[in-house]
Design a protein around this ligand. Structure first.
Ligand code: 6R9
Length: 638
């Protein structure tokens, strides 16, 4: 396994090629067969309904439940006593849940949700840290058919309020606080602030985790452990037999325009996709201890901390705290102590650990590892090599998975579960079966090998989003409007002579900062909300660890002048409005921004300047060329 000479590819991928061919030639029978890996209450009438393009619907007429497939199915077998979830707190405490334990808790919580008046179709918001209650609530909501929306615990009260209002959540679940680098983050306080603006929320359940005092509002806020007290361990809540296209969850993600979009996924198609992609990419087995390091607040955590591993009956691991706390070997010690076999993380994390040095890794016995994964941003060859040699000791293939919130699961990835293709550091290799990916030019024609173009998916796949919550037009425009009939994910890519895909970064105004997806427009609107700011433009600057970081150009209003203090204030303001992950790496004050004659900010010029690129591209439409000189001066470029 591992890196093999590419010349051998033709021989080695016979099986993979065959499967990819079958899936594309006759998708209906391919998926009709594959979807049966899960347990359905009722088989679909139609595999794919494309009557209302691009609102494709999969497994139409089928009935299924996510919680049943993740838990009940295993509880009926020997896996009942198998560990389903290992949780490690930042303070070192460990909790283990067998499939039976999880099943018991999920049933109790499903009953609790019902007691709080949550019905099928009602939305439940989960603003929780990385604690076992988060997957428990997700599965409980899924059990009764209440779409859940998880809000990353690093988001601010404003971000939370926006998501609560957009989803119309009836119930909010949060915690008193959680641990980060030895300090408590007081989550309930943040939630309280957002509740002043969130009118749909009727009740709040609070999980006691950090043990800090919080304000409880009479008639609205309830302690989770108290509310659960009267619900016995024998409680059984019949899983709802949900339509295949009943929304399982809404997850907000950043796009090109201002507000985050509520991407929502189906139950049937999503589960089928997550099940098969995990199997194809990582070839799981019953001895695996599966660790995907993503926070459940992001899609990677939804699909590959919670649903994927549980559908497969694996043991999934969750860690609460900071990766390098109390020392830079925390993660390696977790792998050693729990015998992790599959480790799936981001290039940002790899680059951070590279900086700390190999000796932190070498202190630990990582021989349990058999396969490694990467996600979130392109992995640079240096990080790939280090991951491969230092972490995997040259034994473990690196599964570089390209996908997005919208795709539900992996799309382009090596398929160790079918046939492992020779790996090339930095390439996600080939599309998985059923994924009709290509690279096209500006006009939608296939790009030549080796030439950069736009990544497109030329036909629907079971894991695709159902839409943008409350905004069908935005769904059509954003994803299907750029190239006729094709899904456009927003990435640049290149296909090489072997047909391997190289993802080259975002083609829009979206940044990947430490693998987190952030819209530059969100940062800009946060900045202009501040009384001192007249205009703002944010662009991404390459960063050796985080991949890229936001750099903000700010024009101040009359009466305000640049200062270190104001710079700090604006930076804090962004962190408060969006969350600490959005904090700009630099704020640069300028008197004017480069604009076109029609008044549009020329972000591409700012981007080129920030990157120190020799050519600034076409400047013929610029209104005032002196704006470029000013930006240069501000960046101290001669
Ligand atoms: C899963 C996730 C999606 C965007 C995507 C692309 C980038 C993700 C990648 C990758 C290169 C990979 N991306 N995986 N780029 N190689 N293996 O990250 O979802 O947060 O929605 O971001 O992330 O730009 O379009 P999400």
């Amino acid at each position: 396994m591992g890196v093999l000479p590419v010349e051998e590819r033709r021989v080695l991928t016979a099986k993979l090629d065959e499967m990819r061919r079958k899936a594309l030639e006759d998708p209906e029978s391919f998926w009709d067969e594959h979807a049966r890996a899960l347990e359905w209450y009722k088989i679909w009438d139609k595999v794919l309904d494309d009557g209302e393009k691009p609102f494709y619907r999969w497994f139409v007429g089928g009935r299924i439940n996510a919680s049943y497939n993740a838990l009940d199915r295993h509880v009926k077998t020997w896996r009942k006593n198998k560990v389903a979830l290992i949780w490690e707190g930042e303070d070192g405490s460990v909790k283990k849940y067998s499939y039976r334990d999880l099943y018991v808790e999920v049933n109790r919580v499903a009953a609790l949700l019902k007691n709080f008046g949550v019905k099928k179709g009602d939305r439940v918001a989960l603003y929780l840290p990385m604690i076992p209650e988060l997957p428990i609530f997700m599965l409980a909501a899924a059990r009764i058919g209440a779409p859940f929306t998880v809000i990353f615990s690093g988001f601010s009260s404003d971000s939370l309020a926006k998501r609560l209002n957009d989803s119309g959540a009836k119930l909010l679940v949060t915690a008193d606080g959680f641990w980060r680098r030895g300090r408590v983050v007081r989550l309930k306080d943040i939630a309280d602030k957002s509740l002043e603006q969130a009118l749909s929320v009727e009740s709040v359940l609070v999980v006691r985790h950090a043990g800090v005092d919080v304000a409880m509002q009479e008639g609205r806020d309830y302690w989770y452990h108290e509310a659960l007290e009267g619900i016995g361990r024998n409680t059984y809540v019949e899983p709802e037999r949900l339509d295949s296209n009943h929304p399982l969850f809404i997850l907000y993600t950043s796009g090109t325009t201002g507000t985050p979009k509520g991407i929502y996924h189906s139950t049937g198609g999503y589960l089928v996709w997550v099940y098969w992609t995990l199997k194809w990419a990582f070839n799981p087995n019953d001895e695996d201890i599966w660790w995907c390091t993503a926070d459940i607040g992001w899609i990677t955590g939804h699909s590959y901390v919670v649903f994927g591993p549980l559908l497969h009956g694996l043991t999934t691991l969750m860690y609460e705290g900071a990766p390098d706390y109390p020392a830079p070997d925390r993660w390696w010690s977790i792998i050693e102590r729990h015998g992790v076999t599959v480790f799936y993380t981001s290039p940002t994390a790899i680059r951070m650990f590279m900086r700390y040095g190999s000796h932190w890794v070498e202190k630990h016995d990582l021989s349990s590892l058999r396969i490694l994964g990467s996600v979130g941003e392109p992995i640079n060859p240096e990080a790939w090599e280090w991951y491969f040699k230092v972490v995997g000791k040259g034994r473990c293939p690196i599964i570089d998975t390209w996908w997005q919130t919208e795709t539900g699961g992996f799309m382009i990835s090596p398929a160790a579960g079918i046939e492992l293709v020779p790996l090339k550091p930095g390439s996600a290799t080939l599309p998985l079966p059923g994924v009709d990916a290509d690279v096209v030019d500006d006009n939608g024609n296939p790009a030549k090998p080796g030439v950069q173009g736009y990544l497109v998916i030329k036909r629907p796949w079971p894991g695709m989003l159902l839409g943008v919550w409350g905004d069908p037009e935005r769904y059509v425009k954003t994803y299907w409007g750029r190239f006729d009939g094709y899904y456009f994910p927003g990435d640049y890519a290149m296909k090489d002579e072997d047909g391997y895909f190289w993802i080259l970064g975002r083609a829009d105004e979206v940044l990947k900062v430490a693998a987190h997806r952030i819209g530059t427009m969100e940062l800009e609107s946060a900045l202009v909300e501040h009384p001192a700011v007249s205009e703002a433009a944010v662009v991404g600057k390459p960063d050796p660890v985080k991949g890229e970081v936001p750099v903000a150009f700010v024009v101040l209003k009359e009466g305000f002048s640049p200062s270190v203090k104001l710079e700090e204030e604006l930076s804090n303001h962004v962190a408060e409005v969006i969350g600490p992950i959005a904090r700009p790496a630099a704020i640069i004050f300028v008197k004017k921004l480069p604009k076109t004659r029609s008044g549009k900010i020329m972000r591409r010029v700012l981007k080129a300047l920030v990157r120190g690129e020799a050519s600034l591209g076409d400047l013929s439409t610029i209104e005032d060329p002196s704006a470029v000189d000013e930006v240069k001066a501000a960046l101290r470029i001669a």
